[in-house]
Design a protein around this ligand. Sequence first.
Ligand code: MTE
Ligand code: MO
Length: 202
Amino acid sequence: MPLFRSKAEDKVRQAGYDPARLPPGQYLTEKWPVLHAGDVPDIDVATWTLHIWGEVEEEVTLDYEQLKALPATEVVTDIHCVTRWSRFDASFKGVRWRELAKLCRPKPSARFEIAHAPGFTANAPLSAIEDESALIVYEADGEPLTADHGGPVRLVIPSKYFWKSTKWLTGIELSAVDKPGFWERYGYHNDADFWKEQRYGF
Ligand SMILES: Nc1nc2c(c(=O)[nH]1)N[C@H]1C(S)=C(S)[C@@H](COP(=O)(O)O)O[C@H]1N2
Ligand SMILES: [Mo]
């Protein structure tokens, strides 16, 4: 076993976790790093909206109160950044895609979702946000999501490297065709499966 891996696994064991939870090439961090390109946008909860459009029967715009009025779900999950840090048992509260799908009614042609934020997009198959553990998040670790971590509202897609979890979420576009996002166009792997170490390239 490579030295990096055995040291990383030792740290996981010392923290009381099963090393099998650590994807290849990752190490455990106890803190929650803040990572993004550019500056933290100044978003006012009072005027923030989430717009859902594209391959839908009904275009939907929700404000923060309307989002919070939808059935909420809490998810405890591990998150894995392509820069190699992993954080275990992160807790998120928010709304499952299925609640938003009831409102926008995706067309059968909808196969991809493109999450939009100011100056940022990230794409994934629609199935990635249909996943039980994916959430449109407004609370983390029991507190309202801070601006640093993408507040007021971000996407969390635990099945992919964390760059697909768009912070400062303002829109979800459904598309029949895939549209590579900010990091994907920069050379990051389109699929971003951390078990397969799909970090860069197609
Ligand atoms: N809008 C936006 N969302 C983003 C990013 C970004 O640059 N802009 N960076 C991504 C990357 S690379 C990571 S690892 C996570 C980091 O989330 P965190 O700062 O809450 O740990 O946000 C993702 N979402
Ligand atoms: Mo990342």
